[in-house]
Design a binder for this molecule. Structure first.
Ligand code: FE2
Length: 331
C-alpha cells in the first residue's frame, strides 16, 4: 500500500481517502472458525486494495467471551490495526450479550442473558479495543459513546445502539436503542452547531428500514424482527440525523450488505461481510472521498464464505481474489 503517514491521518498519495466498512464478522473460536479465516482474508484484501481506515459496526465476536475478544485483538494487531487512525469499532449485541449458537442454547439463552452485566461487558469491549478510542472526542461523562473521531476527510460519529436487557422490551438482547444520555448529547451538539461539516459518517450497529418492505413478506419473520431485532424510535433518530450533515449511516445487525435511503439519509449495511448474506461471497463496503466528493459501493470478492468452499482451494482462491475484484454492485 502506497501511503504517507502525516501527523494526524494516513493520507493516500495521488488518490482519495478510502474507508472500508465491515460488520458482523462474528468471530468465535468455538463456533465459527471459518469466520476467522474469512475475516483475515477480508482485512488483508481491503488493506492491499488501499484501505486507509477500517470501520467495524459491531458483532465483532459472537460470544462476548474474553477469549474471543483476545482473538479479535490478535487479528487486529497482526494487521497493524490497533491504532485509532486505522480502525474504528462500535459494539453489537453479540459483543455485549453473546447469543444462542446451538439448538440447545435457544432454551438456555433467555435465562443466561438475565444475568449478563451490561456495564461490565461494554467495558470489556472498550478495553479490548482501547487503542482504537485514543484521541476521540467524547460527549457524555464517563462514557465512550457517543464519540467523534476524525479519519482523514471523514468525521465518524460512533454510537452505542445496544439496548439493555428487558423481559418485555429486549428479551434476547438484540433490540436496539440510543440511551437518553446519547440522545441529549446529540441534541446539544446540534444546538452548538458542531458537526455541520460535510463527510459525516454515523457508525452504529442497528438497522433502520422495515425488513418486511424489501427482504421478505413473511409475517412471522416481521413479528420476530419487530420483537427481537428492531431499533427503537427510528423515526426520531432519523430526524436527529437530518439535523446533522450525515453522508452515510453505516451499520450491521441484519446479515446482508445493502444500500438504502430513508428520509434523505443514506444507509449502508455491511453485515453480510462474512456470513448469511443471500449473496454468499465475502464482501465489504467502500466509502471513498476524492476531490471533496464521497462515493460508496459494495466490493465483492470471488471467495464463497462457506466452510466447505474455503477448505481446500483457500490459498489459490485468496491469491486470485487479492487482485481480481468483481464489479461494484452499485455506486
Ligand atoms: Fe450479527
Amino acid at each position: 500500500m502506497n501511503t504517507l503517514l502525516t501527523s494526524d491521518r494516513l493520507v493516500s498519495d495521488s488518490r482519495g481517502y478510502k474507508l472500508i466498512h465491515i460488520s458482523d464478522p462474528h468471530l468465535s473460536r468455538q463456533y465459527y472458525r471459518e469466520h476467522i479465516k474469512a475475516f483475515k482474508i477480508l482485512l488483508e484484501t481491503a488493506l492491499k486494495a488501499g484501505a486507509d481506515h477500517i470501520l467495524i459496526t459491531g458483532d465483532i465476536i459472537s460470544t462476548a467471551d474474553p477469549d474471543d475478544f483476545y482473538l479479535a485483538r490478535e487479528i487486529f494487531a497482526r494487521f497493524g490495526l490497533l491504532d485509532s487512525r486505522k480502525l474504528t469499532v462500535v459494539p453489537g449485541n453479540h459483543d455485549i450479550f453473546g447469543g444462542p449458537h446451538r439448538a440447545v442454547d435457544v432454551l438456555s439463552f433467555p435465562k443466561y442473558i438475565r444475568n449478563v452485566d451490561y456495564e461490565k461487558h461494554l467495558k470489556l469491549f472498550c478495553d479490548s479495543f482501547a487503542e482504537t478510542f485514543e484521541g476521540v472526542k467524547t460527549l457524555v461523562k464517563d462514557s465512550l459513546f457517543p464519540f467523534i473521531k476524525q479519519a482523514g476527510p471523514f468525521s465518524i460519529l460512533g454510537l452505542n445502539s445496544i439496548s439493555r436487557w428487558s423481559l418485555w422490551n429486549n428479551p434476547l438482547g438484540s433490540n436496539g436503542s440510543l440511551s437518553v444520555e446519547q440522545v441529549v448529547s446529540l441534541k446539544s451538539l446540534i444546538e452548538s452547531n458542531v458537526l455541520v461539516e460535510e463527510n459525516l459518517l454515523v457508525a452504529m450497529h442497528h438497522h433502520f428500514h422495515d425488513l418486511n418492505d424489501e427482504a421478505t413478506q413473511n409475517k412471522l419473520w416481521k413479528r420476530i424482527e419487530s420483537k427481537t431485532m428492531r431499533m427503537k424510535k427510528r423515526k426520531s433518530i432519523i430526524k436527529l440525523f437530518n439535523k446533522f450533515n450525515v453522508s452515510y449511516v453505516l451499520h450491521g445487525h441484519v446479515h446482508m450488505n445493502e444500500f438504502y435511503e430513508k428520509k434523505n439519509i443514506k444507509f449502508m449495511n455491511g453485515a453480510g461481510a462474512v456470513c448469511d448474506d443471500p449473496i454468499p461471497y465475502l464482501k465489504y463496503n467502500v466509502i471513498e472521498c476524492e476531490n471533496g466528493k464521497t462515493y460508496a459501493h459494495i466490493e465483492q470478492l470471488n471467495i464463497p464464505y462457506q466452510t466447505s468452499a474455503l477448505k481446500k482451494p483457500l490459498n489459490l482462491r485468496y491469491r486470485e481474489a487479492s487482485f481480481v475484484h468483481s464489479d461494484s454492485l452499485f455506486v
